[in-house]
Design a protein around this ligand. Structure first.
Ligand code: F3S
Length: 284
């Protein structure tokens, strides 16, 4: 069996940047914490805790004696940021610039009287942070079906997307809005890193007969890669690390493709690749 890595996979610019910022801050501030997990990968979060003592805290009112707080790549809500600024702690913003952009667009457009529509998952921390910048309650839809159920579409709309969504679905939603509203301002806030990883996964999954997607199971962009792989290769599996892999998956397979989400560290991907290669050598 041949084992092929996707042309593009793994850590994106925003995640690399956030980890670099965190390591640097934590080296000089032993009691540093992040508000929510810095990225959606529990293995990397563990590494930051073990090597740099970085703790994760969800509750802004429970910072303990920490004087150094880092804002996660997905951002936090405007209200939490304002509250944090009153706590007398040093704040380092590791929000990905591709997330800061839709926050700014939403704030500006809602102040100009546009009703905000966000294509994304309302429970995702990035979407919650972007929503919080709107001066009125935004409409959040995760697919065209939920948009079609809305009885009254506002007249003036500005739409943004969660960074990790697929462009085809975003365009479907935009098309529906254009035919139901008077004015629609469209901001394509889908990030290129996501797109490149998705495209490489799509191409590889067309020639593979088994696809392994490596990443955190709560990571939105990892799940997107998994759905894309599944579309073209029915034997697709999402694994967090090499321990999730089962030998029986590889029986009679000829080509195994590997791809990984934007928050998956290289050392995890390498462990998975090595595990697969050792299974292959046993099957031979
Ligand atoms: Fe940022 Fe895109 Fe990565 S939004 S965190 S560069 S997937």
């Amino acid at each position: 069996m041949e084992v092929i890595l996707a042309e593009k996979y793994g850590f994106c610019f925003g995640v690399k940047r956030a980890i670099k910022i965190t390591e640097k801050i934590a080296q000089n501030n032993p009691n540093t914490l992040t508000l929510g997990p810095l990225i959606h990968n529990p293995l990397e979060i563990n590494r930051l805790q073990q090597n740099f003592g970085v703790r994760v805290q969800e509750d802004i009112n429970n910072l303990g004696d920490s004087k150094s707080v880092i804002i996660r790549t997905h951002g936090i809500t405007k209200q939490n940021l304002e509250a944090l600024q009153t706590k007398g702690v040093s704040i380092t913003d590791a929000t990905c610039p591709f997330v800061t952009k839709p926050q700014q667009i939403v704030e500006k457009m809602s102040n100009e009287g546009y009703h905000i529509v966000i294509f994304g998952d309302s429970n995702h921390p990035e979407v919650r942070s972007v929503m919080s910048y709107s001066s009125t309650m935004p409409i959040v839809v995760s697919n065209i079906e939920s948009l079609q159920q809305i009885k009254k579409i506002p007249k003036k709309i500005a739409i943004v997307s969660q960074t990790t969504k697929q462009i085809e679905q975003f365009l479907q939603i935009v098309q529906y809005l254009v035919s139901h509203a008077m004015e629609v301002r469209v901001f394509n806030t889908i990030c290129n890193a996501t797109f490149e990883n998705q495209e490489a996964t799509r191409i590889l999954s067309q020639k593979a007969d088994i696809m392994i997607i490596v990443g955190g199971k709560t990571s939105s962009n990892t799940k997107q890669l998994f759905y894309i792989a599944q579309n073209h290769c029915k034997d697709s599996y999402l694994v967090e690390d090499e321990n999730d892999i089962e030998e029986t998956w590889f029986k009679d397979k000829k080509v195994c493709g590997i791809s990984a989400g934007a928050s998956t560290p290289n050392w995890v991907i390498k462990n998975v690749e090595n595990m697969i290669k050792s299974i292959v050598s046993k099957i031979k």
